[in-house]
Design a protein around this ligand. Structure first.
Ligand code: SF4
Length: 346
């Protein structure tokens, strides 16, 4: 904690420890790096400084502000939870772990974060950084992906809590993991807990924590069509469940083995929308990495043939014909947004 006091990074969510700011920052930090979260957090807090402002905002607007951070179900849960707290709990976050866990999108980690960081209650908090540090300090030889090992680490974290100090200890552990006890080449010579660290003394810090080798991203080839008519662009909204739920996109889909991208595009427009199209010309090929996939996206300009057709939606939940200046009002997946930025420049 002394180390944290002098070495902690100045982060916007460390200025005040309100339950609302802790909640938003912790949800954003799930699956997303700190540097990437900072601008999103600042923009969010400027637009939605209070829980009430989130609850009365449109879901579309929240989604648009979140665009690019991925894991979009988090937005839906934030919206739902803000309404529940405002309308059913008198606008106050419950200061009780079990009550927090009843709220949509709040699991043990987020509940623990609110209890310890916002309310400074004696609860442990174990994220990837804390798992790494404790696996090294206690030289845990079992895979940290196993449930029993996870439970053991939570128990160890709980034992470390000093009454009335959880806010500082939990953050200190996470910060130490982010800055000193890093996944590769930890800076042990500067570490404030070097003395009790078993794996340091045994010379096996690089082998801890024990994890399965990460899977390689699966390569996927997709094609999308930028359909234009009378200066308007056709976009469709993804279904409310599943990958990238509710985001808007250009129609298209996976290219089958041995299929030409242009043929795949004609097929996808027919299958998804019952649109007959003519592929006009190639716009670009983009490569984009997601957590489990590496996507090669081929994009084409196309037009309706014949011109007067109405879509029949077999996949999307909604569609629009929009002007190019309206692209910014809708939330798109990252690769689609890169394509839009290119289209606007053309
Ligand atoms: Fe991590 Fe090294 Fe510190 Fe041990 S001594 S906790 S391995 S940085």
């Amino acid at each position: 904690m002394n180390w944290f006091d002098t070495h902690q990074r100045k982060l916007p969510w460390r200025e005040e420890y309100s339950p609302y700011s802790v909640w938003i920052s912790e949800i954003m930090l799930q699956q997303t790096q700190v540097d990437r979260v900072i601008p999103y957090y600042l923009r969010w807090m400027q637009r939605f400084p209070t829980l009430e402002s989130v609850s009365i905002a449109s879901y579309e607007e929240l989604l648009r502000l979140w665009e690019g951070m991925g894991y979009y179900s988090r937005v839906k849960f934030i919206h739902k939870t803000s309404k529940i707290i405002l309308n059913q709990l008198g606008g106050q976050f419950p200061e009780n772990l079990d009550e927090l866990l009843k709220l949509p999108g709040i699991g043990p980690y987020t509940a623990g974060a609110i209890m310890s960081i916002a309310f400074n209650q004696n609860y442990p908090l174990v994220d990837g950084n804390v798992i790494r540090i404790l696996a090294r300090i206690f030289n845990i030889e079992n895979s940290v992906e196993r449930r029993e090992t996870k439970n053991y680490i939570w128990k160890k974290a709980e034992e470390l809590i000093l009454p009335g100090k959880a806010r500082w200890l939990n953050q200190a552990l996470m910060e130490l993991g982010a800055l000193i006890c890093t996944p590769k080449s930890p800076t042990c010579y500067e570490c404030p807990v070097q003395k009790p660290c078993l794996s340091f003394h045994l010379g096996c810090t690089e082998q801890r924590p024990v994890v399965q080798p990460s899977k390689k991203a699966i390569p996927i080839k997709v094609v999308v069509g930028v359909l234009q008519k009378d200066g308007l662009f056709f976009i469709q909204q993804r279904p409310a469940n599943g990958l990238m739920a509710d985001l808007w996109e250009f129609p298209g889909g996976k290219i089958n083995q041995g299929e030409k991208p242009e043929d795949a595009l004609v097929r996808e427009f027919q299958e998804e929308l019952q649109f007959s199209i003519q592929v006009e010309k190639k716009i670009t090929t983009l490569k984009h990495g997601y957590t489990n996939f590496s996507v090669t996206l081929h994009a084409y300009l196309c037009k309706l043939v014949p011109e007067n057709q109405s879509p029949i939606l077999h996949f999307a939940s909604d569609y629009r014909w929009i002007k190019s200046e309206d692209f910014r009002a809708y939330a798109f997946p990252a690769a689609n947004r890169r394509l839009i930025n290119l289209l606007i420049k053309l």
